[in-house]
Every structure is written in structure tokens, then in C-alpha cells.
Write a protein that binds this ligand. Structure first.
Ligand SMILES: NC(=O)c1ccc[n+]([C@@H]2O[C@H](COP(=O)([O-])OP(=O)(O)OC[C@H]3O[C@@H](n4cnc5c(N)ncnc54)[C@H](O)[C@@H]3O)[C@@H](O)[C@H]2O)c1
Length: 252
């Protein structure tokens, strides 16, 4: 039985759906306590309840990562419930043109949609990192996992603000790694190609001729969040079926 996360408290930001949801479920089944923080309060609550019903340890809390006071509220909630904060996985995010239903080209994209793309995908992780790292440094134990994207590595014409934000996470990862290294606080970024959190992702091409199953990304997150990765920090992991190698060929 996997008990890699026994005694650990993990905050999963964006844990009400997709990659974040499976990460929360797997950390809980691995013995950890999870705090599911999401703007979708109802879905987060249902997932926390189902984890508890299966014998796990979970709470949910409403959080919009664009609001600094929400970010600090999540940090304080986790500490109040468990006394420690060992793992932060920031999965909240997505392409602004999809999330805000603004499919036009970059030159016509409304400024508030661009703001959403940067605020949720880049400033949210920055705020969360700032909120939790002090406690992690004090504990001399902690792991931060940020969810990037292949688009942050290759660029993306349809997702200009998204790729900008996701590229920024790579810099944030390296900076946090330097801040935390001598205090046993690690930071890694996981950058997926297409993942089957939505059926539409199956249409995105990769050299492996398929998109990732959600667990293929979550398995990497769990490895990096666990002590098995105790000497790994500051790294961006591509989980993209080789898509970055063939960026030109795949007309990205
Ligand atoms: N699915 C993919 O193909 C894919 C590919 C590359 C990168 N990613 C990245 O992986 C991460 C997770 O993707 P997913 O497919 O699981 O997404 P998802 O849409 O299934 O889940 C995202 C979660 O974030 C929450 N969220 C959105 N805005 C928020 C806000 N302002 N504050 C708090 N929570 C908010 C949503 O409610 C949702 O529960 C994202 O950062 C995404 O950019 C996904």
C-alpha cells in the first residue's frame, strides 16, 4: 500500500477538477491530509467529502487565487487544521480564451481576458508560493509543485497570455528552488502536453499519437512531491509525449 504521504499536509489549489482532483485523492490515499482550495466551492466540498467517506483526511475551502486574502486564508486554514504545511500543488489555471469564452485572435482579445490569463496562471502561483514558503522554511521541510504547460516551453499562437504565464512559472520554480534549497524546501514545475481532463484534448497531436491519461501527469507530481525526489529541485518536467521535440512538425 502507498503510504508515501503519511503525516504530510498538502494544499491542492484547483483540486476540484482534473489533475488537481486526482492529485488530492492520491495524496489522501497515500496517508496525507489534503486541503482542496478551489473557486468552485461546491465541487471541492463534494471531493473532500468523498475522500473522508473513504477513510481519508480532507477539507475544502473556497478560494479565488486572484484574491490575496483568499490565498492567505487557505494557508491559515491548513495550519489551523493540521499545524503544518508540507506540500503545495498549484493546478488552478487554464487557457483564458477557453475559460473566459473569448476565442478571437490575440490582437482582438479583451484586456480583461488577458488579465485573467496572467492573474490565475502566474500571479496565483506567485501569491501562493509567497504565502506558504515562510512556514516551509521554518519547518525545514516542504515541496511546491507548479503546473506549467507545453505552451510555456514552445509558445502558442492561440494562447499568448497562457504561454507567457506558464513560461513565467519556470522562472518562479528556479527562484523558489534557490530560496528553499538549503532549508530542504524543493520546488518543481510539471508541464504537460494535452491531458484527457476534457475529451477535446484528444484532438491535440503528439508524436505518441495520443494525449496523456490524467494519472500519467499525476504520477509525476506525486513522485516529485514525495521523498523519492529528495534531491530534485528547480526543474521543469515535460510530460508531453514528445510534443516539444516536434513543435514545428505539429504546427504549434
Ligand atoms: N488538461 C490539459 O491538457 C493541460 C495541459 C497542459 C497544462 N495543463 C495545466 O494543468 C492545470 C490543471 O489542468 P486541468 O485540465 O486539470 O484543469 P481543470 O479545468 O480540470 O481544473 C482547474 C481547476 O482550477 C479551478 N480554478 C479556475 N480558476 C480558479 C481561480 N481563479 N481560483 C481557484 N481555482 C480556480 C477550477 O475551478 C478547476 O477546479 C492547469 O494549470 C492547466 O493549465 C493542463
Amino acid at each position: 500500500m502507498d503510504r508515501r504521504f503519511e503525516g504530510r499536509t498538502a494544499v491542492i489549489v484547483g483540486g476540484a477538477s482534473g489533475i488537481g482532483e486526482l492529485t488530492a485523492r492520491r495524496i489522501a490515499s497515500g496517508g496525507g491530509c489534503v486541503v482542496i482550495a478551489d473557486v468552485n466551492e461546491e465541487a471541492a466540498g463534494k471531493i473532500a467529502n468523498s475522500i473522508c467517506a473513504a477513510g481519508g483526511c480532507a477539507w475544502s475551502i473556497a478560494c479565488d487565487v486572484r484574491r490575496r486574502e483568499d490565498v492567505e486564508k487557505v494557508r491559515d486554514f491548513a495550519l489551523e487544521k493540521t499545524g503544518s504545511l508540507d506540500i503545495l500543488v498549484h493546478t488552478a489555471g487554464g487557457a483564458s480564451q477557453r475559460m473566459c469564452n473569448a476565442p478571437g485572435p490575440f490582437a482582438e482579445r479583451p484586456y480583461d481576458v488577458l488579465d485573467w490569463g496572467i492573474d490565475v496562471n502566474l500571479k496565483g502561483p506567485l501569491y501562493f508560493a509567497r504565502a506558504v514558503i515562510g512556514k516551509m522554511l521554518e519547518q525545514k521541510r516542504g515541496v511546491i509543485i507548479l503546473l506549467g504547460s507545453i505552451d510555456g516551453v514552445t509558445g502558442s499562437a492561440p494562447s499568448c497570455d497562457y504561454s507567457t504565464a506558464k513560461a513565467g512559472l519556470i522562472g518562479l520554480t528556479k527562484s523558489l528552488a534557490l530560496i528553499g534549497a538549503e532549508h530542504n524546501v524543493r520546488t518543481c514545475c510539471v508541464s504537460p502536453g494535452p491531458v484527457l481532463t476534457r475529451p477535446g484534448m484528444a484532438a491535440m497531436k503528439t508524436p505518441m499519437n495520443r494525449a496523456a491519461e490524467v494519472h500519467e501527469v499525476v504520477d509525476v507530481i506525486l513522485f516529485l512531491a514525495s521523498d523519492q525526489a529528495s534531491f530534485i529541485t528547480g526543474v521543469n518536467y515535460l510530460v508531453d509525449g514528445g510534443r516539444a521535440c516536434g513543435a514545428q512538425e505539429y504546427n504549434i
